[in-house]
Design a protein around this ligand. Structure first.
Ligand code: ADP
Length: 584
Protein backbone atom coordinates (compact mmCIF):
# COMPACT_ATOMS: atom_id res chain seq x y z
CA UNK A 1 0.00 0.00 0.00
CA UNK A 2 1.33 3.42 -0.89
CA UNK A 3 0.98 5.91 1.92
CA UNK A 4 0.04 9.37 0.74
CA UNK A 5 -0.60 12.34 2.95
CA UNK A 6 -1.45 15.98 2.43
CA UNK A 7 0.51 19.07 3.41
CA UNK A 8 -1.18 21.07 6.14
CA UNK A 9 1.57 23.47 7.14
CA UNK A 10 4.78 24.87 5.67
CA UNK A 11 7.49 26.55 7.71
CA UNK A 12 10.56 27.04 5.54
CA UNK A 13 12.35 23.73 5.19
CA UNK A 14 9.94 22.04 7.58
CA UNK A 15 6.47 20.93 6.52
CA UNK A 16 3.69 19.10 8.32
CA UNK A 17 1.45 16.58 6.59
CA UNK A 18 -1.51 14.55 7.77
CA UNK A 19 -2.91 11.30 6.47
CA UNK A 20 0.50 9.75 7.10
CA UNK A 21 -0.53 6.81 9.30
CA UNK A 22 1.73 3.84 8.74
CA UNK A 23 4.74 5.96 7.73
CA UNK A 24 8.04 5.39 9.53
CA UNK A 25 10.34 7.72 11.40
CA UNK A 26 13.24 8.80 9.15
CA UNK A 27 11.40 7.53 6.10
CA UNK A 28 12.19 9.37 2.90
CA UNK A 29 9.23 11.08 1.29
CA UNK A 30 8.49 13.03 -1.88
CA UNK A 31 6.82 16.34 -1.17
CA UNK A 32 4.36 18.21 -3.36
CA UNK A 33 3.88 18.25 -7.08
CA UNK A 34 7.56 18.83 -7.58
CA UNK A 35 8.38 15.70 -5.58
CA UNK A 36 10.94 17.38 -3.36
CA UNK A 37 13.04 15.06 -1.26
CA UNK A 38 12.25 15.06 2.44
CA UNK A 39 12.65 12.97 5.56
CA UNK A 40 10.16 12.34 8.35
CA UNK A 41 11.64 13.68 11.56
CA UNK A 42 8.59 13.51 13.83
CA UNK A 43 5.47 11.32 13.80
CA UNK A 44 2.39 11.71 15.92
CA UNK A 45 -0.72 9.74 15.04
CA UNK A 46 -1.22 10.36 11.35
CA UNK A 47 0.61 13.68 11.35
CA UNK A 48 4.21 13.76 10.17
CA UNK A 49 6.75 16.54 10.42
CA UNK A 50 9.07 16.48 7.45
CA UNK A 51 12.43 18.10 6.85
CA UNK A 52 12.66 18.97 3.17
CA UNK A 53 16.07 18.92 1.55
CA UNK A 54 15.13 21.25 -1.28
CA UNK A 55 13.78 24.78 -1.45
CA UNK A 56 10.10 24.73 -0.43
CA UNK A 57 9.01 28.14 -1.77
CA UNK A 58 5.84 27.87 -3.81
CA UNK A 59 4.63 24.66 -2.20
CA UNK A 60 0.98 24.86 -1.10
CA UNK A 61 -1.03 23.20 1.64
CA UNK A 62 -3.09 20.41 0.16
CA UNK A 63 -0.31 19.10 -2.06
CA UNK A 64 0.53 15.44 -1.74
CA UNK A 65 3.29 13.82 0.31
CA UNK A 66 4.26 10.36 -0.88
CA UNK A 67 6.12 7.86 1.27
CA UNK A 68 8.91 5.95 -0.45
CA UNK A 69 9.04 3.04 1.97
CA UNK A 70 12.76 3.49 2.69
CA UNK A 71 15.06 5.69 4.73
CA UNK A 72 17.13 8.48 3.18
CA UNK A 73 19.93 6.41 1.69
CA UNK A 74 22.99 6.68 -0.46
CA UNK A 75 23.84 4.51 -3.43
CA UNK A 76 27.16 2.79 -3.07
CA UNK A 77 29.11 1.08 -5.82
CA UNK A 78 31.55 1.72 -8.65
CA UNK A 79 31.04 5.25 -9.93
CA UNK A 80 30.95 6.94 -6.52
CA UNK A 81 34.68 7.72 -6.59
CA UNK A 82 35.62 11.00 -8.34
CA UNK A 83 32.04 12.24 -8.08
CA UNK A 84 30.91 15.64 -6.90
CA UNK A 85 27.61 15.25 -5.10
CA UNK A 86 25.23 17.58 -3.36
CA UNK A 87 24.01 16.82 0.18
CA UNK A 88 21.56 14.19 -0.97
CA UNK A 89 24.00 12.53 -3.33
CA UNK A 90 22.86 14.06 -6.61
CA UNK A 91 25.82 14.42 -8.95
CA UNK A 92 26.37 18.13 -9.41
CA UNK A 93 28.01 17.84 -12.81
CA UNK A 94 24.99 16.09 -14.25
CA UNK A 95 22.53 18.40 -12.52
CA UNK A 96 24.35 21.35 -13.99
CA UNK A 97 24.08 19.85 -17.46
CA UNK A 98 20.37 19.33 -16.97
CA UNK A 99 19.34 22.43 -15.11
CA UNK A 100 22.11 25.01 -15.26
CA UNK A 101 23.85 26.61 -12.30
CA UNK A 102 20.73 26.76 -10.18
CA UNK A 103 19.49 23.38 -9.19
CA UNK A 104 15.96 22.79 -10.41
CA UNK A 105 13.80 21.38 -7.67
CA UNK A 106 12.64 17.81 -7.50
CA UNK A 107 15.15 17.00 -10.18
CA UNK A 108 15.56 13.28 -10.46
CA UNK A 109 19.06 12.27 -11.41
CA UNK A 110 20.84 9.05 -10.68
CA UNK A 111 23.51 9.22 -7.99
CA UNK A 112 25.54 6.59 -9.77
CA UNK A 113 25.52 5.95 -13.51
CA UNK A 114 23.31 2.92 -14.14
CA UNK A 115 24.31 2.38 -17.74
CA UNK A 116 28.06 2.49 -17.51
CA UNK A 117 29.68 -0.91 -17.75
CA UNK A 118 32.49 -1.79 -15.38
CA UNK A 119 35.09 -4.50 -15.87
CA UNK A 120 34.33 -6.94 -13.04
CA UNK A 121 36.84 -9.58 -11.92
CA UNK A 122 35.49 -12.30 -9.68
CA UNK A 123 37.52 -13.07 -6.57
CA UNK A 124 35.24 -15.48 -4.70
CA UNK A 125 34.27 -18.91 -6.10
CA UNK A 126 31.00 -20.72 -6.48
CA UNK A 127 30.50 -22.83 -3.37
CA UNK A 128 32.31 -20.39 -1.04
CA UNK A 129 30.58 -19.79 2.23
CA UNK A 130 30.53 -16.03 2.61
CA UNK A 131 29.42 -13.45 5.09
CA UNK A 132 28.83 -9.69 5.03
CA UNK A 133 32.00 -7.85 4.06
CA UNK A 134 33.57 -10.70 2.06
CA UNK A 135 34.96 -9.77 -1.33
CA UNK A 136 33.01 -11.17 -4.27
CA UNK A 137 34.99 -9.41 -6.94
CA UNK A 138 36.88 -6.31 -7.93
CA UNK A 139 36.49 -3.38 -10.28
CA UNK A 140 39.28 -0.94 -11.15
CA UNK A 141 37.14 2.09 -10.44
CA UNK A 142 39.78 4.76 -11.15
CA UNK A 143 43.54 4.74 -11.63
CA UNK A 144 43.87 4.92 -7.84
CA UNK A 145 41.02 2.85 -6.47
CA UNK A 146 40.47 -0.86 -6.76
CA UNK A 147 36.84 -1.11 -5.78
CA UNK A 148 36.02 -4.28 -3.84
CA UNK A 149 32.55 -5.60 -4.44
CA UNK A 150 31.50 -6.87 -1.03
CA UNK A 151 28.78 -9.12 0.24
CA UNK A 152 26.30 -6.63 1.75
CA UNK A 153 26.71 -6.34 5.55
CA UNK A 154 23.44 -8.04 6.35
CA UNK A 155 23.87 -11.04 4.07
CA UNK A 156 25.53 -14.45 4.44
CA UNK A 157 25.30 -17.85 2.78
CA UNK A 158 26.83 -19.92 -0.01
CA UNK A 159 27.80 -18.46 -3.35
CA UNK A 160 25.51 -20.19 -5.83
CA UNK A 161 26.61 -18.36 -8.91
CA UNK A 162 29.14 -15.70 -9.68
CA UNK A 163 29.54 -13.59 -12.81
CA UNK A 164 32.57 -14.42 -14.89
CA UNK A 165 35.11 -11.76 -15.75
CA UNK A 166 33.50 -9.20 -17.99
CA UNK A 167 31.62 -5.95 -18.23
CA UNK A 168 28.56 -5.29 -16.12
CA UNK A 169 26.44 -2.36 -15.09
CA UNK A 170 25.95 -1.73 -11.38
CA UNK A 171 22.41 -3.07 -11.59
CA UNK A 172 23.18 -6.40 -13.24
CA UNK A 173 23.31 -9.44 -11.00
CA UNK A 174 26.88 -10.45 -10.35
CA UNK A 175 26.24 -13.18 -7.79
CA UNK A 176 23.60 -15.30 -6.13
CA UNK A 177 23.89 -16.17 -2.49
CA UNK A 178 21.88 -18.93 -0.91
CA UNK A 179 20.93 -19.14 2.73
CA UNK A 180 18.22 -21.32 4.31
CA UNK A 181 16.99 -22.45 0.92
CA UNK A 182 16.49 -18.88 -0.23
CA UNK A 183 18.54 -17.46 -3.08
CA UNK A 184 19.29 -13.76 -3.20
CA UNK A 185 20.81 -11.92 -6.14
CA UNK A 186 23.59 -9.42 -5.51
CA UNK A 187 24.42 -6.42 -7.66
CA UNK A 188 27.40 -4.11 -7.51
CA UNK A 189 25.12 -1.31 -6.33
CA UNK A 190 24.13 -1.25 -2.68
CA UNK A 191 22.01 1.18 -0.71
CA UNK A 192 22.64 2.23 2.83
CA UNK A 193 20.63 4.57 5.09
CA UNK A 194 22.80 7.58 5.85
CA UNK A 195 21.95 7.96 9.50
CA UNK A 196 22.96 4.43 10.38
CA UNK A 197 26.64 3.66 10.78
CA UNK A 198 27.89 0.66 8.83
CA UNK A 199 28.93 -2.25 11.04
CA UNK A 200 32.49 -3.28 11.93
CA UNK A 201 33.88 -5.94 14.23
CA UNK A 202 35.64 -3.72 16.75
CA UNK A 203 37.49 -0.48 17.10
CA UNK A 204 41.28 -0.65 17.31
CA UNK A 205 43.49 1.52 19.47
CA UNK A 206 44.47 4.82 17.86
CA UNK A 207 48.19 4.02 18.00
CA UNK A 208 49.27 4.70 14.41
CA UNK A 209 49.69 8.32 13.36
CA UNK A 210 48.07 9.63 10.22
CA UNK A 211 51.31 10.83 8.66
CA UNK A 212 50.66 14.07 6.81
CA UNK A 213 54.19 15.17 5.96
CA UNK A 214 53.38 18.46 7.66
CA UNK A 215 55.85 19.07 10.46
CA UNK A 216 53.65 21.01 12.86
CA UNK A 217 50.96 18.39 12.64
CA UNK A 218 53.08 15.23 12.62
CA UNK A 219 55.71 16.14 15.17
CA UNK A 220 53.70 18.17 17.64
CA UNK A 221 49.97 17.76 17.13
CA UNK A 222 49.54 14.41 15.49
CA UNK A 223 46.17 12.92 14.75
CA UNK A 224 46.01 9.15 14.93
CA UNK A 225 44.62 7.09 12.08
CA UNK A 226 40.97 6.83 12.93
CA UNK A 227 41.14 9.91 15.12
CA UNK A 228 39.44 13.24 14.86
CA UNK A 229 40.90 16.72 14.73
CA UNK A 230 39.18 20.07 14.94
CA UNK A 231 40.44 23.07 13.07
CA UNK A 232 38.98 26.56 13.38
CA UNK A 233 39.42 28.60 10.29
CA UNK A 234 39.23 32.34 10.57
CA UNK A 235 39.14 33.83 7.10
CA UNK A 236 42.58 34.07 5.49
CA UNK A 237 44.24 31.85 8.08
CA UNK A 238 45.28 29.29 5.52
CA UNK A 239 42.55 26.76 6.14
CA UNK A 240 42.06 25.90 2.48
CA UNK A 241 45.77 25.33 1.91
CA UNK A 242 45.98 23.23 5.08
CA UNK A 243 43.07 21.07 3.97
CA UNK A 244 44.47 20.64 0.49
CA UNK A 245 47.85 19.67 1.92
CA UNK A 246 46.15 17.01 4.02
CA UNK A 247 44.14 15.75 1.06
CA UNK A 248 47.28 15.50 -1.04
CA UNK A 249 49.77 14.15 1.44
CA UNK A 250 48.09 12.36 4.35
CA UNK A 251 48.75 8.63 4.14
CA UNK A 252 45.12 7.84 3.42
CA UNK A 253 43.95 5.96 0.35
CA UNK A 254 40.73 7.88 -0.09
CA UNK A 255 39.67 11.46 0.58
CA UNK A 256 36.09 12.51 1.26
CA UNK A 257 35.64 16.25 1.36
CA UNK A 258 32.37 17.67 2.64
CA UNK A 259 31.84 21.32 1.89
CA UNK A 260 28.94 22.19 4.05
CA UNK A 261 27.26 25.54 3.61
CA UNK A 262 30.40 27.61 3.46
CA UNK A 263 29.99 30.94 1.74
CA UNK A 264 29.05 30.24 -1.85
CA UNK A 265 32.22 31.65 -3.36
CA UNK A 266 34.48 29.68 -1.04
CA UNK A 267 32.74 26.51 -2.00
CA UNK A 268 33.09 27.41 -5.65
CA UNK A 269 36.80 27.68 -4.96
CA UNK A 270 36.80 24.11 -3.71
CA UNK A 271 34.72 22.94 -6.63
CA UNK A 272 36.92 24.63 -9.15
CA UNK A 273 40.27 23.92 -7.50
CA UNK A 274 39.94 20.39 -6.20
CA UNK A 275 39.25 18.78 -9.57
CA UNK A 276 42.53 20.21 -10.87
CA UNK A 277 44.76 19.15 -8.00
CA UNK A 278 47.31 16.49 -8.84
CA UNK A 279 47.92 13.54 -6.64
CA UNK A 280 51.59 14.10 -5.82
CA UNK A 281 52.10 10.41 -5.23
CA UNK A 282 51.04 9.35 -8.72
CA UNK A 283 50.79 12.49 -10.85
CA UNK A 284 47.19 11.56 -11.67
CA UNK A 285 44.28 13.79 -10.67
CA UNK A 286 43.64 13.78 -6.93
CA UNK A 287 39.97 13.30 -7.81
CA UNK A 288 40.82 9.71 -8.77
CA UNK A 289 40.69 8.99 -5.06
CA UNK A 290 38.42 11.79 -3.89
CA UNK A 291 34.68 12.21 -3.41
CA UNK A 292 33.45 15.78 -3.02
CA UNK A 293 30.18 16.62 -1.36
CA UNK A 294 29.18 20.20 -1.72
CA UNK A 295 26.38 22.16 -0.22
CA UNK A 296 26.80 25.83 -0.65
CA UNK A 297 24.95 28.26 1.54
CA UNK A 298 22.59 29.13 -1.29
CA UNK A 299 21.31 25.58 -1.25
CA UNK A 300 18.51 24.96 1.26
CA UNK A 301 19.54 24.82 4.85
CA UNK A 302 18.20 21.32 5.42
CA UNK A 303 20.43 19.86 2.74
CA UNK A 304 23.42 20.91 4.81
CA UNK A 305 22.30 18.59 7.52
CA UNK A 306 22.19 15.69 5.09
CA UNK A 307 25.60 16.28 3.51
CA UNK A 308 27.52 15.33 6.62
CA UNK A 309 25.72 11.99 6.82
CA UNK A 310 26.06 11.32 3.12
CA UNK A 311 29.79 11.96 3.36
CA UNK A 312 30.50 9.78 6.35
CA UNK A 313 28.45 6.91 4.92
CA UNK A 314 30.46 6.98 1.71
CA UNK A 315 33.63 7.05 3.83
CA UNK A 316 32.46 3.97 5.75
CA UNK A 317 31.73 2.14 2.52
CA UNK A 318 35.34 2.54 1.34
CA UNK A 319 36.64 1.78 4.83
CA UNK A 320 34.77 -1.53 4.62
CA UNK A 321 36.81 -2.33 1.52
CA UNK A 322 39.94 -2.08 3.66
CA UNK A 323 40.96 1.47 2.89
CA UNK A 324 42.20 4.30 5.07
CA UNK A 325 39.91 7.25 4.49
CA UNK A 326 40.53 10.87 5.40
CA UNK A 327 37.33 12.83 5.72
CA UNK A 328 37.23 16.58 5.91
CA UNK A 329 34.12 18.46 6.89
CA UNK A 330 34.05 22.17 6.29
CA UNK A 331 32.37 23.55 8.17
CA UNK A 332 30.63 21.71 10.97
CA UNK A 333 29.51 25.08 12.32
CA UNK A 334 27.30 25.58 9.28
CA UNK A 335 25.95 22.10 9.81
CA UNK A 336 25.12 22.94 13.41
CA UNK A 337 23.46 26.16 12.28
CA UNK A 338 21.24 24.12 9.98
CA UNK A 339 20.33 21.97 12.98
CA UNK A 340 19.50 25.11 14.93
CA UNK A 341 17.30 26.44 12.17
CA UNK A 342 15.36 23.19 11.81
CA UNK A 343 15.01 22.91 15.55
CA UNK A 344 13.62 26.45 15.67
CA UNK A 345 11.07 25.58 13.02
CA UNK A 346 10.05 22.60 15.10
CA UNK A 347 9.59 24.95 18.04
CA UNK A 348 11.82 22.77 20.19
CA UNK A 349 13.12 24.06 23.48
CA UNK A 350 16.34 25.90 22.58
CA UNK A 351 19.56 25.23 24.46
CA UNK A 352 22.71 27.33 24.58
CA UNK A 353 22.75 30.13 21.98
CA UNK A 354 19.59 28.74 20.42
CA UNK A 355 21.18 25.44 19.43
CA UNK A 356 19.03 22.39 20.16
CA UNK A 357 19.74 20.45 23.32
CA UNK A 358 20.86 17.50 21.18
CA UNK A 359 23.68 19.49 19.51
CA UNK A 360 26.34 17.72 21.59
CA UNK A 361 24.97 14.26 20.97
CA UNK A 362 24.60 14.85 17.20
CA UNK A 363 28.20 16.02 16.98
CA UNK A 364 29.32 13.05 19.04
CA UNK A 365 27.37 10.62 16.85
CA UNK A 366 29.09 12.01 13.80
CA UNK A 367 32.64 11.89 15.19
CA UNK A 368 31.89 8.49 16.67
CA UNK A 369 31.76 7.15 13.10
CA UNK A 370 35.48 7.89 12.75
CA UNK A 371 37.87 5.21 13.94
CA UNK A 372 40.37 2.56 13.02
CA UNK A 373 38.50 -0.69 12.89
CA UNK A 374 38.64 -4.35 12.16
CA UNK A 375 36.21 -4.67 9.27
CA UNK A 376 33.51 -7.29 8.98
CA UNK A 377 34.08 -10.29 6.73
CA UNK A 378 35.82 -13.65 7.13
CA UNK A 379 39.20 -12.13 6.33
CA UNK A 380 39.04 -9.09 8.49
CA UNK A 381 41.03 -6.08 7.42
CA UNK A 382 42.27 -3.04 9.29
CA UNK A 383 40.91 0.18 7.90
CA UNK A 384 40.14 3.62 9.15
CA UNK A 385 38.29 6.88 8.85
CA UNK A 386 40.12 9.91 10.19
CA UNK A 387 38.08 13.07 10.44
CA UNK A 388 39.20 16.67 10.26
CA UNK A 389 36.29 18.89 11.17
CA UNK A 390 36.57 22.59 10.54
CA UNK A 391 34.70 24.91 12.82
CA UNK A 392 34.03 28.53 11.93
CA UNK A 393 32.93 30.23 15.14
CA UNK A 394 31.35 33.63 14.62
CA UNK A 395 33.91 36.31 15.39
CA UNK A 396 36.51 33.63 16.13
CA UNK A 397 35.01 33.12 19.57
CA UNK A 398 36.15 29.65 20.60
CA UNK A 399 33.91 29.57 23.66
CA UNK A 400 30.72 29.21 21.62
CA UNK A 401 28.82 25.92 21.86
CA UNK A 402 29.73 24.28 18.54
CA UNK A 403 33.48 24.75 19.07
CA UNK A 404 33.28 23.75 22.72
CA UNK A 405 31.29 20.60 22.03
CA UNK A 406 33.60 19.70 19.14
CA UNK A 407 36.68 20.13 21.32
CA UNK A 408 35.15 17.87 23.93
CA UNK A 409 35.01 15.07 21.35
CA UNK A 410 38.05 15.65 19.15
CA UNK A 411 41.38 14.79 20.68
CA UNK A 412 43.33 17.13 18.43
CA UNK A 413 43.04 20.85 18.00
CA UNK A 414 44.92 22.70 15.29
CA UNK A 415 44.48 26.33 16.22
CA UNK A 416 44.89 28.25 12.98
CA UNK A 417 45.66 31.80 13.90
CA UNK A 418 44.99 34.75 11.64
CA UNK A 419 47.70 36.88 13.26
CA UNK A 420 50.33 34.27 12.41
CA UNK A 421 49.01 34.23 8.85
CA UNK A 422 49.35 38.01 8.77
CA UNK A 423 53.00 37.58 9.69
CA UNK A 424 53.27 35.01 6.87
CA UNK A 425 53.95 32.24 9.36
CA UNK A 426 52.49 29.21 7.53
CA UNK A 427 50.94 26.87 8.36
CA UNK A 428 49.46 29.30 10.86
CA UNK A 429 49.07 26.64 13.54
CA UNK A 430 49.49 28.31 16.91
CA UNK A 431 51.89 26.00 18.75
CA UNK A 432 50.88 27.21 22.20
CA UNK A 433 47.14 26.80 21.78
CA UNK A 434 47.07 23.63 19.71
CA UNK A 435 47.19 20.17 21.26
CA UNK A 436 46.99 16.48 20.53
CA UNK A 437 45.86 13.93 23.07
CA UNK A 438 47.18 11.12 20.86
CA UNK A 439 50.85 11.82 21.59
CA UNK A 440 51.05 9.07 24.23
CA UNK A 441 49.30 6.49 22.08
CA UNK A 442 51.34 7.09 18.92
CA UNK A 443 54.68 7.40 20.71
CA UNK A 444 55.31 3.68 20.18
CA UNK A 445 55.02 4.06 16.42
CA UNK A 446 57.64 6.83 16.35
CA UNK A 447 59.93 4.95 18.69
CA UNK A 448 59.74 1.82 16.58
CA UNK A 449 59.90 3.41 13.16
CA UNK A 450 61.93 6.57 13.60
CA UNK A 451 64.00 6.90 16.79
CA UNK A 452 64.07 5.68 20.35
CA UNK A 453 64.30 9.22 21.70
CA UNK A 454 61.55 10.73 19.55
CA UNK A 455 59.33 11.60 22.47
CA UNK A 456 62.10 13.24 24.47
CA UNK A 457 63.17 15.25 21.45
CA UNK A 458 59.65 16.41 20.69
CA UNK A 459 58.94 17.30 24.30
CA UNK A 460 62.18 19.22 24.69
CA UNK A 461 61.39 21.29 21.59
CA UNK A 462 57.87 21.95 22.82
CA UNK A 463 59.02 23.07 26.23
CA UNK A 464 61.53 25.42 24.64
CA UNK A 465 58.71 26.96 22.62
CA UNK A 466 56.73 27.40 25.82
CA UNK A 467 59.73 28.94 27.53
CA UNK A 468 60.03 31.36 24.61
CA UNK A 469 56.67 32.92 25.33
CA UNK A 470 57.70 33.54 28.95
CA UNK A 471 61.01 35.02 27.87
CA UNK A 472 59.29 37.21 25.34
CA UNK A 473 57.21 38.81 28.04
CA UNK A 474 60.41 39.79 29.80
CA UNK A 475 61.93 41.04 26.55
CA UNK A 476 58.97 43.30 26.06
CA UNK A 477 59.57 44.84 29.46
CA UNK A 478 63.33 45.19 29.47
CA UNK A 479 64.54 44.59 25.90
CA UNK A 480 66.49 41.58 24.59
CA UNK A 481 69.92 42.69 25.70
CA UNK A 482 68.94 42.65 29.35
CA UNK A 483 68.36 38.90 29.19
CA UNK A 484 71.12 36.58 30.40
CA UNK A 485 73.12 35.23 27.44
CA UNK A 486 71.89 31.69 28.06
CA UNK A 487 68.32 32.88 27.63
CA UNK A 488 69.32 34.68 24.48
CA UNK A 489 70.69 31.38 23.19
CA UNK A 490 67.31 29.83 23.99
CA UNK A 491 65.58 32.53 21.98
CA UNK A 492 67.92 31.96 19.07
CA UNK A 493 66.96 28.26 19.16
CA UNK A 494 63.24 28.90 19.39
CA UNK A 495 63.45 31.29 16.46
CA UNK A 496 64.91 28.35 14.53
CA UNK A 497 62.13 26.09 15.74
CA UNK A 498 59.55 28.52 14.49
CA UNK A 499 61.12 29.66 11.24
CA UNK A 500 63.14 26.63 10.19
CA UNK A 501 60.92 23.87 11.51
CA UNK A 502 57.30 24.93 12.09
CA UNK A 503 57.07 27.13 9.03
CA UNK A 504 56.54 24.95 6.03
CA UNK A 505 55.95 26.17 2.52
CA UNK A 506 53.12 24.31 0.83
CA UNK A 507 54.17 25.72 -2.52
CA UNK A 508 57.80 24.59 -2.44
CA UNK A 509 58.42 21.35 -4.32
CA UNK A 510 60.58 19.90 -1.57
CA UNK A 511 59.19 21.53 1.56
CA UNK A 512 55.57 20.72 0.76
CA UNK A 513 56.09 17.22 2.18
CA UNK A 514 58.49 16.32 4.98
CA UNK A 515 58.95 12.65 5.77
CA UNK A 516 58.83 11.66 9.47
CA UNK A 517 62.54 10.76 9.66
CA UNK A 518 63.45 14.10 8.14
CA UNK A 519 61.22 15.86 10.67
CA UNK A 520 62.96 14.07 13.49
CA UNK A 521 66.47 14.79 12.21
CA UNK A 522 65.67 18.45 11.61
CA UNK A 523 64.49 18.74 15.17
CA UNK A 524 67.55 16.92 16.49
CA UNK A 525 69.78 19.29 14.56
CA UNK A 526 68.16 22.40 16.02
CA UNK A 527 68.42 20.90 19.50
CA UNK A 528 72.07 20.08 18.87
CA UNK A 529 72.59 23.74 18.03
CA UNK A 530 70.89 24.60 21.30
CA UNK A 531 73.14 22.32 23.31
CA UNK A 532 76.37 23.43 21.62
CA UNK A 533 75.53 27.13 21.67
CA UNK A 534 74.59 26.97 25.32
CA UNK A 535 77.87 25.22 26.11
CA UNK A 536 79.74 27.92 24.20
CA UNK A 537 77.92 30.74 26.01
CA UNK A 538 78.65 29.07 29.33
CA UNK A 539 82.32 29.00 28.36
CA UNK A 540 82.11 32.75 27.94
CA UNK A 541 81.55 33.06 24.18
CA UNK A 542 79.46 36.10 23.35
CA UNK A 543 75.93 35.44 22.10
CA UNK A 544 76.66 37.84 19.25
CA UNK A 545 79.37 35.50 17.98
CA UNK A 546 76.95 32.57 18.19
CA UNK A 547 74.27 34.44 16.28
CA UNK A 548 76.83 35.25 13.59
CA UNK A 549 77.87 31.60 12.97
CA UNK A 550 77.58 30.68 9.29
CA UNK A 551 76.03 27.28 10.11
CA UNK A 552 72.81 29.08 11.01
CA UNK A 553 72.14 29.64 7.36
CA UNK A 554 72.61 25.95 6.65
CA UNK A 555 70.08 25.11 9.36
CA UNK A 556 67.63 27.52 7.74
CA UNK A 557 67.99 25.71 4.45
CA UNK A 558 67.74 22.13 5.66
CA UNK A 559 64.02 21.92 4.96
CA UNK A 560 64.71 22.48 1.28
CA UNK A 561 67.16 19.58 1.04
CA UNK A 562 65.54 16.78 -0.97
CA UNK A 563 64.94 13.50 0.81
CA UNK A 564 67.63 11.63 -1.23
CA UNK A 565 70.38 14.03 -0.20
CA UNK A 566 69.11 14.69 3.29
CA UNK A 567 70.87 11.92 5.26
CA UNK A 568 74.37 12.96 4.19
CA UNK A 569 73.67 16.69 4.24
CA UNK A 570 72.30 16.63 7.76
CA UNK A 571 75.46 14.90 9.02
CA UNK A 572 77.52 17.68 7.51
CA UNK A 573 75.36 20.32 9.16
CA UNK A 574 75.56 18.62 12.54
CA UNK A 575 79.34 18.32 12.27
CA UNK A 576 79.52 22.02 11.34
CA UNK A 577 77.42 22.98 14.37
CA UNK A 578 79.73 21.16 16.73
CA UNK A 579 82.84 22.50 15.07
CA UNK A 580 81.74 26.14 14.79
CA UNK A 581 80.37 26.31 18.32
CA UNK A 582 83.48 24.80 19.84
CA UNK A 583 85.74 27.13 17.85
CA UNK A 584 83.65 30.25 18.46
P1 ADP B 1 41.63 30.61 4.03
O1 ADP B 1 41.06 29.40 3.33
O2 ADP B 1 41.78 30.37 5.50
O3 ADP B 1 40.90 31.86 3.73
P2 ADP B 1 43.91 30.10 2.36
O4 ADP B 1 44.13 28.69 2.69
O5 ADP B 1 43.30 30.38 1.02
O6 ADP B 1 43.10 30.84 3.49
O7 ADP B 1 45.32 30.82 2.49
C1 ADP B 1 45.50 32.19 2.18
C2 ADP B 1 46.89 32.39 1.62
O8 ADP B 1 47.87 32.10 2.60
C3 ADP B 1 47.25 31.46 0.48
O9 ADP B 1 46.88 31.95 -0.77
C4 ADP B 1 48.76 31.37 0.58
O10 ADP B 1 49.38 32.43 -0.06
C5 ADP B 1 49.02 31.49 2.04
N1 ADP B 1 49.27 30.18 2.67
C6 ADP B 1 48.43 29.49 3.45
N2 ADP B 1 48.98 28.34 3.90
C7 ADP B 1 50.21 28.28 3.38
C8 ADP B 1 51.30 27.35 3.48
N3 ADP B 1 51.23 26.22 4.21
N4 ADP B 1 52.41 27.65 2.81
C9 ADP B 1 52.52 28.78 2.09
N5 ADP B 1 51.56 29.69 1.97
C10 ADP B 1 50.41 29.47 2.60
Amino acid sequence: MIIEGKIIKIAGPVIVADGMRGAQMLEMVRVGEQKLIGEIIELEGDTATIQVYEETAGIQPGEVVECTGGALSVELGPGVMSSIFDGIQRPLRIIREESGDFIARGIDVESVDKEKKWEFKPVAKVGDVVTGGDVLGEVQETSAVLHKILVPPTMEGTVKSLASEGEYTVLEDIAEIEADGEVKAVQMLQKWPVKKSRPYVRKLDPDIPLVTGQRAQDTFFSVAKGGAAAIPGPFGSGKTVTQQQLAKWADADIVVYIGCGERGNEMTEVLTEFPYLDDPKTGNPLMDRTVLIANTSNMPVAAREACVYTGITIAEYYRDQGYDVALMADSTSRWAEAMREISGRLEEMPGEEGYPAYLASRLAQFYERAGRVETIGSESKEASISVVGAVSPPGGDLSEPVTQNTLRICKVFWALDASLADKRHFPSIDWLQSYSLYVDSIEGWWTENIAADWRETRDQAMSLLQKESELQEIVQLVGPDALPEADQATLETTRMLREDFLQQNAFDDVDTYCAPDKQYKMLKTILLFYKESLAAVNRGVSIHDIVALPVKEEIGKMKYVPQEEFASKIEEIQAAITKQCSEA
